[in-house]
Design a protein around this ligand. Structure first.
Ligand code: HEC
Ligand code: HEC
Length: 246
C-alpha cells in the first residue's frame, strides 16, 4: 500500500519537474517565429512554394525548380524578379512585401541563393550551346508553325490539340494562364519530371536553335483568344443583352 503511494508521489514529481517555465508561458524551444523572421530555406520553400512547384522543387502544377537544367538557363536576377513580383495573369504570386507579398527582401535573396546552391549543378550545360533564358526578339509565328510540326506535333498532336503522348497546349484556357516566358522556359527545359524532353531531345539528333524556340513560342502565343474559356462567342453577347435588361 505504502509502496503504491510513494510511486504516485514520484510520478507526480516527475510530471511537475517536466515544466521548466511557469505555467502559461511557453518554453523558448516552442516559441513560434514571426513569418518575417524565418531564415530556414526548407521552411520558407515548404510554406510558400511547394504547393505549386512540388516538395523539394520536384515539380507540381508548376515547373520543377530543382531541375539543374532550369537553374543553368535562368540567372539569379531573373529568378529573383519573378519571386519578388510574381507573373501577372498567372497563378505565380508576388512574394515581396513591396508587391503585396509576405516575404522580406532578405528572405527572397535567401530563397534565390539557396535554390542554386542546393539544386544547381555546375557545368551541366558545358558544350551544349544553350539558348538564352529570355527571347531576343518577338519571333515569327508563321515560321513557328513549321517549327511546331518538326519538334512538337509528334507528342502534342498536329495542331497542339493534344496527342497520345502529351496534353493540349493550344487550348485557350491553358494559354490564358501561362506567360510567354513560361512557355519558353518549358520549351527549353522540358518537364523532366513528367517525361517532357528539353530543347535538345524533341527530335532525335536535332537540338532546337534559339530562333526556333522563339518562333514556336510566338506561334503558340498567336493561338491566344480574347475571351478564353468561352465555348460559344454568342453566349457572351446573349449574357450582355440579358444583363442590360435590368
Ligand atoms: C499558386 C502557385 C504558385 C506558387 C505558390 C509559387 N509559384 Fe512559382 N510559378 C507558378 C506558375 C504557374 C509559374 C509560371 C508562370 C508563367 O506562366 O510564367 C511560376 C513561375 C515561377 C518561376 C519562373 C519560372 C521561369 O519560367 O523562369 C520561378 C523562379 C518561381 N515560380 C519560383 C517560385 C518560388 C521560389 C515560390 C515560393 C516562394 C513560388 N514560385 C511559388 C506558380 C506558383
Ligand atoms: C517526346 C514527346 C514530346 C515532345 C516532342 C514535346 N513535348 Fe511538350 N510535353 C511532353 C510531355 C510528356 C509533357 C508533360 C505532360 C503533359 O503536359 O502532357 C509536355 C509538356 C509540355 C508543356 C506544358 C504543358 C502543361 O500542361 O503544363 C508545354 C507548354 C509543352 N510541352 C510544349 C512543347 C513544345 C512547344 C514542343 C516542341 C518544341 C514540345 N512540347 C515537344 C512531351 C513532349
Amino acid at each position: 500500500m505504502n509502496a503504491i503511494r510513494y510511486l504516485c508521489l514520484f510520478a507526480l514529481l516527475l510530471l511537475l519537474s517536466g515544466c521548466s517555465s511557469p505555467p502559461g508561458q511557453p518554453s523558448k524551444s516552442v516559441e513560434v517565429l514571426a513569418p518575417s523572421e524565418i531564415t530556414d530555406f526548407r521552411t520558407l520553400y515548404a510554406d510558400n512554394c511547394a504547393g505549386c512547384h512540388g516538395a523539394e522543387g520536384r515539380g507540381g502544377a508548376a515547373i520543377a525548380l530543382s531541375d539543374p537544367v532550369y537553374l543553368a538557363i535562368a540567372d539569379d536576377a531573373s529568378i529573383r524578379k519573378v519571386v519578388a513580383n510574381g507573373v501577372p495573369r498567372t497563378s505565380m504570386p508576388a512574394f515581396a512585401q513591396s508587391s503585396g507579398g509576405m516575404l522580406t527582401d532578405k528572405q527572397i535573396d535567401l530563397i534565390t541563393g539557396e535554390m542554386r546552391a542546393r539544386w544547381g549543378r555546375q557545368g551541366i550545360l558545358d558544350g551544349a550551346n544553350p539558348p538564352s533564358y529570355a527571347a531576343k526578339s518577338a519571333g515569327n509565328a508563321q515560321h513557328g508553325e513549321t517549327v511546331y510540326g518538326t519538334y512538337c506535333a509528334s507528342c502534342h498532336g498536329a495542331q497542339g490539340q493534344g496527342g497520345t503522348k502529351a496534353s493540349a497546349i493550344t487550348n485557350d484556357s491553358f494559354l490564358a494562364l501561362i506567360s510567354d516566358q513560361g512557355l519558353r522556359t518549358i520549351v527549353i527545359t522540358g518537364r523532366p519530371e513528367l517525361g517532357a524532353p528539353d530543347w535538345r531531345k524533341n527530335a532525335p539528333g536535332k537540338p532546337m536553335s534559339d530562333q526556333e524556340i522563339t518562333d514556336v513560342v510566338a506561334w503558340l502565343a498567336s493561338k491566344r483568344v480574347q475571351t478564353p474559356g468561352q465555348p460559344y462567342a454568342a453566349s457572351n453577347a446573349q449574357h450582355q443583352e440579358s444583363s442590360n435588361v435590368h
